[in-house]
Design a protein around this ligand. Structure first.
Ligand code: NDP
Length: 337
């Protein structure tokens, strides 16, 4: 059984030697338990936070422990009457080939699900994040302008498409020409701006002629700096992620702009609200699923996956996620379906 464990804590960007591949004996299966074989492993930005020994909304991964993560798995042995061999389940199994579960926290998936990996993306955690963050906190109204960064990724691509379905004007921000073209042409956003362009702020200003009513924050840093002056009175900011800051070990140099930010929030009466998806919206999963399954069936939502073949490539793929190397929801194919 191959397992990726946390070998050391990163200083800044993670490197390959922060991870170690260990091979252990197959775990024993006791009464009430099932043995699960990983098929797809989800790689997500939050995992960077778990590598730090810092207080957060979730415990850090301990040194020498298996890296955490959600996975779609097959039951290969069952001593639990609720599960049979061959069942497909969503588990929080981590970066490994096999693990044992007592059934708590497992979610059964249809055994013949057309795309099981969607349980980690459009029909899973990133989908729920996009749907609830945008609709519950962002509250987009027809005709309003919605801006979202990391627009070709798992969460951002869905935020923009849902906002289009709600009748909004949608501007994406993404890294590079190819991603921007995809966001415009395939996802149907009204425009997409490359955050690597030197004139990001002026391009964003021209695309948002009537200001910004909802900014779905995935990134922070210079993208937020470009957004701030364009926010309209009563704008809403679902604060979902700050990926540009995850590798930072200290605050950036330069003038303190906290007063500028707070002044804008105050005089424009802007609402900025953070959320942690399962804490805040886990209980609304069914409502999200109903809407998203219907949109997918009607061809109203596109979802791109970036599937990396082989558990051995997980660290490299994860390091790339924090540098924008993924193009779509990053998933590792650990084994055959
Ligand atoms: P993505 O599939 O969007 O992949 C991450 C993308 O972030 C990269 O492809 C890259 O896109 C972009 N990125 C990386 N570094 C930078 C940078 N320095 N500046 C600008 N963009 C950067 O990931 P997800 O959709 O899974 O996650 C998106 C955000 O949502 C993350 O911040 C994540 O932490 C957050 N999140 C929060 C949740 C919550 O409960 N609050 C739940 C799920 C996700 P590009 O090449 O376009 O720059």
């Amino acid at each position: 059984n191959r397992q990726w464990v946390l070998a050391s804590r990163p200083q800044g960007a993670p490197t390959a030697d922060n991870f170690r591949l260990e091979v252990s004996a197959m775990p024993a299966v006791n009464d009430g338990q099932v043995l699960l074989r990983s098929v797809y492993l989800s790689l997500d930005p939050y995992m960077r936070g778990r590598m730090n020994d810092a207080k957060s909304y979730a415990e850090p991964v301990a040194l020498g422990e298996v890296m955490v993560g959600a996975s779609v798995c097959r039951v290969v042995e069952s001593k639990n009457s609720a599960y049979s061999v061959g069942d497909l389940v969503l588990s929080f199994g981590g970066w490994q080939d096999y693990h044992v579960s007592d059934g708590i926290g497992l979610m059964a998936l249809p055994a013949d699900m057309a795309r099981p990996s969607y349980a980690l993306g459009v029909l899973g955690m990133p989908g729920l994040t996009a749907y609830m963050g945008l609709l519950d906190i962002g509250d987009p109204q027809p005709g309003e302008t919605v801006v979202v960064a990391a627009a070709s990724g798992a969460v951002g691509s869905l935020v923009g498409q849902i906002a289009k379905l709600k009748g909004c004007k949608v501007i994406g921000i993404a890294g590079g020409d190819e991603k921007c073209r995809y966001v415009r042409d395939t996802l149907g956003f009204d425009a997409c701006i490359d955050h690597k362009a030197a004139d990001l702020a002026s391009q964003l200003a021209s695309a948002c002629g009537e200001g910004i009513d909802v900014y779905f924050e995935n990134v922070g840093g210079k993208v937020f700096d470009a957004v701030l002056p364009l926010l309209n009175p009563k704008a809403r900011i679902p604060l979902c992620g700050l990926i540009s800051q995850y590798n930072a070990s200290e605050l950036p140099a330069g003038p303190d702009r906290l007063g500028l930010l707070m002044g804008n929030l105050l005089v424009k009466k802007i609402k900025m609200q953070g959320f942690i998806v399962f804490d805040d919206y886990g209980h609304r999963y069914n409502e999200f699923m109903q809407a998203m399954v219907a949109w997918l069936q009607q061809g109203k939502i596109q979802f791109r996956e970036d599937i990396v073949d082989g558990l051995e490539k997980s660290p490299e793929a994860f390091i790339g996620l924090l540098e924008g190397k993924n193009f779509g929801k990053l998933v590792v194919q650990v084994g055959a379906e």
